[in-house]
Design a binder for this molecule. Structure first.
Ligand SMILES: Cc1cc2nc3c(=O)[nH]c(=O)nc-3n(C[C@H](O)[C@H](O)[C@H](O)COP(=O)(O)OP(=O)(O)OC[C@H]3O[C@@H](n4cnc5c(N)ncnc54)[C@H](O)[C@@H]3O)c2cc1C
Length: 427
């Protein structure tokens, strides 16, 4: 152990810097709660940047939802244990409104149709329903709905993204897609989306990109590009490209890690400390202990313990297997920080269906930590375990965010519910 480790105290410890952790920190900052946040900041960079609320229900029927709000009402009726059922619609709306307003004031506005989902192109040339898209993607769904003539651009050296493949996959649905491959300004060899986005923050690169695309415009009414249109200055990049090309421009998500997730990460990383959150970058909770007075003590560090944090309360937003909040081995599924009970199939053989693409999804994807109406983790008898411990985000049991297409929406809404309950407890 590092003998120079520092001690600090706080009212609230948020564990996790994915979407749930970041949203929880935002809600806590707005409440003026003295908060420390710890996590490996990387995960948010793996998110697509789209905010799904609810895209599919019932999953077994693969029913794609036009109205996610109606869908949530039905979901809560059909699956009363689903985490959305712990919240009323007004609270879910409010949680999203706060996050979307925060993104707008951060210079990265998102766009919704309020009551309806949108269809967004994926890099595989499929379509997926989502609720909110960054402003850079705003024109894509309407161009698709109108079947507008569209120039689809990709770049020599950009792997995992092919305008031609997208056009081929969507040929029936959107015949007027015209792929073209060009060179990215001042670049040779393999391209990385993050480098491309940072390059386009510079005016000179934008001018060169416009000059490279313009000869191909023809009768196109709109231009689709991979999501590389700036890192910090997306509003300016969009304006310059649209002015230079004379038609609307939109981004299509790329493979992960995606610039759209990195942009969110940068915004939260920069703005939360200015709002009073003490953010411990690239650190993890190595041990959690409950003290005699009921407070939590966390040992935090990278390899050695660098900090000891004593907290009156904690919200765990530590994610699932990818985020490392859950761990699966031959004995079962474990919660990694507090060793909380995990709702899971009785034995390993029941984790997965034999059919990989089983319509209902695999039972393991609904494993997680069960909570009560105040987002306290509970035991097998649904009894609260600790009055000052809360959970939010994808670690929650009884949901399958991938199949239900509710990842970020669920993370934001449950973070809101957990912070609200925690605020009441701290008062
Ligand atoms: C590949 C991918 C694509 C996605 N695409 C979409 C999409 O298109 N639309 C959408 O709405 N959502 C999407 N999501 C989901 C979206 O990002 C969710 O919001 C997210 O997965 C759930 O967020 P979370 O914060 O609960 O968990 P995670 O994002 O998994 O974050 C968990 C956090 O906990 C931290 N943590 C774990 N253990 C510890 C510890 N011991 N100490 C400190 N910190 C710890 C991790 O470092 C991490 O910061 C996608 C996610 C992934 C991974």
């Amino acid at each position: 152990m590092n003998t120079n480790n520092k001690e600090t105290t706080c009212d609230l410890m948020i564990i996790g810097t994915g979407m749930a952790g970041m949203a929880a920190a935002l809600f806590a900052a707005r409440q003026g709660i003295d908060t420390v946040q710890v996590g490996l900041i990387g995960e948010l960079g793996f998110a697509s940047g789209l905010i799904d609320l609810l895209g599919v229900h019932p999953v077994a029927q693969g029913k794609v939802l036009d109205d996610p709000w109606q869908g949530i009402t039905r979901l809560c009726r059909d699956e009363p244990l689903h985490p959305y059922a712990l919240l009323d619609i007004a609270s879910i709306r409010e949680s999203l409104d706060i996050v979307l307003a925060f993104l707008t004031t951060s210079g990265y506005p998102h766009f919704t149709l309020l009551q309806r989902n949108m269809e967004v192109l994926t890099p595989a040339g499929t379509l997926k329903p989502t609720y909110a898209v960054p402003h850079t993607m705003r024109r894509g769904p309407s161009a698709l709905a109108d079947r507008s003539s569209c120039l689809l651009v990709d770049f020599d050296g950009l792997k995992g993204y092919s305008a031609r493949q997208i056009a081929l996959s969507l040929a029936e649905r959107w015949p007027e897609l015209h792929p073209v491959r060009i060179g990215f300004p001042d670049a040779k060899g393999e391209l990385y989306t993050e480098h491309m986005a940072r390059a386009l923050d510079v005016a000179d690169s934008r001018e060169k990109l416009v000059a490279a695309i313009r000869p191909h415009i023809g009768t196109a009414e709109v231009v689709g590009l991979p999501a590389v249109l700036g890192m910090y200055r997306t509003v300016r990049v969009m304006e310059d490209l649209q002015q230079g090309l004379g038609v609307p421009v939109f981004e299509i998500p790329t493979m992960l890690p995606a610039v759209t997730g990195l942009r969110l990460r940068e915004i939260f990383e920069q703005r939360l400390p200015a709002m009073g959150i003490r953010l411990f970058f690239q650190q993890r909770v190595m041990d959690a202990q409950r003290l005699a007075d009921g407070q939590w003590r966390f040992d935090v560090g990278r390899t050695d313990i660098d900090f000891r944090i004593t907290a009156r309360s904690a919200i765990m937003c530590s994610g699932r297997f990818f985020g490392k909040g859950l761990h699966a081995d031959r004995h079962g599924i474990r919660e990694t920080i507090f060793d909380l009970p995990v709702v899971q199939p009785k034995d390993r053989a029941a984790w997965h269906h034999k059919d990989l693409l089983h319509r209902e999804g695999h039972p393991i994807n609904r494993a997680g930590v069960a909570v009560d109406g105040q987002f306290h983790p509970v035991d097998a008898n649904r009894q609260m375990l600790y009055p000052n411990l809360f959970a939010a985000g994808s670690i929650l049991a009884h949901q399958d965010w991938k199949r239900q297409k509710c990842g970020s929406g669920l993370a934001i809404a449950t973070a809101y519910g957990a912070v609200r309950a925690c605020t009441r407890m701290l008062d």
